[in-house]
Design a protein around this ligand. Structure first.
Ligand SMILES: *Cc1c(COP(=O)(O)O)cnc(C)c1O
Length: 356
């Protein structure tokens, strides 16, 4: 009945342990939809890694609003990746959790404001990178050193860098930032980074042995072993149609005889009209038109597979279900059968996560 993520538990846990073991200073990122698993489950898994003696004394959440979902499931420190601002959810942190929260500060004015409100705040200073998302320029970073020096109880936990996904080596960029940090005179030797390869991390550690490197990792940790994960939908209904039969919200007519399948999984789950991967080049579309298939008359490829082939949506996905076209030929599944679905994990709300 459900859109289900089935996890091969032993394999998944083995992968998590292997990543934690191979990544000293690992900071699991637990945010958004929890990479499909929910943030609550990931927070518990991070605690489990910690309990096994694999480090993991800190996790990172995306937003202040996520703190209540993880704070009781994971007992260590909680970095918030959204920069602190003097308004909104950043000012509403539960006082019982405040001493575990590490704020991300990306403007000098925010640092003064934060320390004015909470003199013993824990924080990282974010440096802007080639991502150009948030953070301080080199000059602004220098300007924070006197502010930190003035606030004796302030707890600077390091400098944070958010790097783009790998496009060649990041090491040149990271080295410039480390040198800027040294030049700033800020009293920290901890660097929080994202998206460095294992090799890059090793080279960084070798180049700066006095520094502590804290890699923030989400995707490669939670989703790094795809073979441990299977996504399935359930066939809820099967209707035989003849060419010209009417179906759907828009009273479309079937261009060919075959079957209309109704399967679990729709817009509420994040099932989109376009399959997340596939041929979208002009050449591929031209080939489709030349073949004269259903997709040539406006049917769009769905992420649902039957007999190893992604099937076309009969019409745009509905809230909790999707209608698919199955032309004559392939085996027609029965009501209750499970079919495979290809999803973007970070944008999918599963009905169930089953860890076997
Ligand atoms: C989401 C995020 C990460 C983790 O990214 P993945 O690609 O999932 O590993 C790291 N740092 C920051 C600032 C992020 O927003």
């Amino acid at each position: 009945m459900s859109l289900t993520l089935t996890v091969d538990g032993e394999r998944w846990r083995g992968h998590l342990r292997a990543v934690a073991h191979a990544t000293p200073g690992l900071v699991p990122v637990v945010k958004g939809n929890g990479y499909g698993f929910t943030v609550g489950r990931l927070a518990r898994k991070a605690q489990w890694l910690h309990d096994q003696g694999l480090g993991v004394d800190t996790i990172a959440v995306g937003t202040y609003d996520e703190l209540p979902h993880v704070a009781r499931r994971f007992g260590g420190d909680l970095v918030v990746l959204t920069p602190w601002r003097p308004f909104g959810a950043a000012l509403e942190v539960d006082p019982a959790v405040a001493h575990r929260v590490i704020h991300t500060v990306g403007r000098a004015s925010d640092l003064e404001d934060l320390l004015g409100r909470q003199p013993d705040a824990r924080f990282v200073l974010e440096r802007i990178t080639s991502m150009l998302r948030h953070g301080l320029s080199a000059r602004e970073l220098w300007s924070t050193a006197p502010i930190v020096a003035e606030h004796r109880s302030a707890r600077l936990e390091g400098v944070a860098l958010h790097l783009p996904l790998a496009q060649g080596s990041h090491l040149g960029e990271v080295s410039r930032h480390v040198n800027d940090l040294v030049a700033s005179g800020l009293p920290t030797t901890t660097i929080w980074v994202s998206h460095l390869t294992r090799d890059e991390l090793a080279q960084l550690r070798a180049a700066y042995p006095d520094f502590t490197i804290r890699p923030r990792i989400g995707t490669d940790l939670w989703l790094g072993d795809r073979a441990a994960l299977r996504v399935s939908a359930t066939v809820l209904d099967v209707h035989a149609v003849e060419r010209g039969d009417v179906f759907g919200y828009r009273s479309r007519t079937a261009p060919k005889s075959g079957h209309i399948l109704v399967v679990s999984g729709g817009t509420a789950h994040g099932i989109g009209l376009e399959a997340p991967t596939g041929e979208s080049s002009i050449r591929a579309r031209a080939a489709t038109l030349a073949r004269g298939g259903l997709d040539a008359v406006g049917f769009v490829r769905s992420p649902f597979s039957i007999d190893g082939k992604q099937r076309l949506f009969a019409e745009p996905p509905h809230m909790q279900a999707s209608m698919l076209c199955l032309p004559h030929g392939p085996r027609v599944p029965d009501v209750g059968d499970e079919i495979e679905v290809r999803v973007r994990f970070t944008a999918t709300a599963f009905d169930r996560v089953r860890v076997d």
